[in-house]
Design a protein around this ligand. Sequence first.
Ligand SMILES: Cc1cc2nc3c(=O)[nH]c(=O)nc-3n(C[C@H](O)[C@H](O)[C@H](O)COP(=O)(O)OP(=O)(O)OC[C@H]3O[C@@H](n4cnc5c(N)ncnc54)[C@H](O)[C@@H]3O)c2cc1C
Length: 405
Amino acid sequence: MSEPLVIVGNGMAAARLVDELTRRALGRYAVAVVGEEPRLAYNRVLLSAVLAREVAARELELKSAAWWRARGVTLLYGQAAAAIDPDIRRVRLANGATLPYSRLVLATGSRPIRLGVPGMDLRGVLTFRDLADVAAIEAAAAAGRRAVVIGGGLLGLEAAHGLARAGAQVTVIHLMDRLMERQLDPRAAAMLKRAIECKGIAVELQAVTAALHGGGRVEGVELADRRVIPADLVVVAAGIRANVELARTAGLAIDRGIVVDDGLATSRADIHAIGECAQHRGVCYGLVEPAYDQATVLAARLAGNTTATYAGSVLATNLKVSGVNVFSAGDFIGAAGTESVVLHDAGLDAYKKLVIAGGRLVGAVLYGDTEDGPWYLDLIRSGARIERIRDDLVFGRALVERLAA
Ligand SMILES: Cc1cc2nc3c(=O)[nH]c(=O)nc-3n(C[C@H](O)[C@H](O)[C@H](O)COP(=O)(O)OP(=O)(O)OC[C@H]3O[C@@H](n4cnc5c(N)ncnc54)[C@H](O)[C@@H]3O)c2cc1C
């Protein structure tokens, strides 16, 4: 008889896990997926494109209803899991029903951080995480409206771009001294700022949000220097926090995320965690690639390969703002003991920085022409020695391959 496997969360990690698991061991488990969002799993990464009106919401579905049915998966979406009783191996849903499991996978993702400043509960203060948020932002962002985005990271800039395309007057407020400081060095960030401003989006750096003002509905954002930026809507994109509350009900080890080992097991061997809710070797990832890597390893484990191991992921980021090409991977700043090779063509508005350590490429930042990003990423991930091609590396793949031919 099939063992009951319950997956909580119907997001990107869960969909990939079911895909990988059913390829390897169809029928071994009776799989049930419980998801709070009232729809089939969808490609969250494309929400920015939906907001920018480049992709229709209906195109986001990762797998069709027929695909799930064909794999015998019981889908309980529009339903939240409320508690886990690990001693009797049962998950309790918010509607009171319980599900027995022999293995449980938590893939609960994360949620946007809400700032601890007055006014966060005013109407018109929104976040950017799911399709419901996109609908709320679209409804609020009629042409000419004044929008403030709090957060100049990847998500904040993509939200700002979408709002600007909808006709809103947008200001991005960012705490740090440069945009996307977790992915870009100062020079690339300065080029990005100029490009964003050219799209008619105002950028305020080193701007600390002190309070949101309004009588019922938001009317402005007050900064710590007392300036008030008028706003009809505010999108808060100031970071994410792993959803760990359910794991807490089972007494699992939790730090910033649900702590997992290299086999993706939590502090209880029969409960696993993958995706943004998991913390592996001290890291909570906020991108989809690590979630997919983890799903693949866990699927192998659940299918019986007890040596499948997840050793961590090298991160790479692409900003999805049309006409602005940015790529970053690995150690893009350059730790002590590394060397940097830099190519900057102000005329072409192009910038490349490669970081090399011990004869290997360890990081890259590309601005303008990002076509070689995946190639540099492969070199970083493989740890291949690059001494032979070092002098030409910064000029790109085409030249390196031509010289080698
Ligand atoms: C606008 C936007 C743009 C992005 N762009 C990129 C990008 O360019 N590149 C990139 O790599 N990543 C990007 N990301 C991040 C990427 O979407 C996530 O890394 C990925 O979705 C993580 O997958 P996950 O399954 O861990 O979490 P999620 O996809 O968030 O899925 C978790 C699901 O669990 C559900 N859930 C939570 N708690 C419960 C519960 N108690 N009961 C039932 N269900 C529950 C949630 O409702 C959610 O549906 C972006 C994210 C956003 C919001």
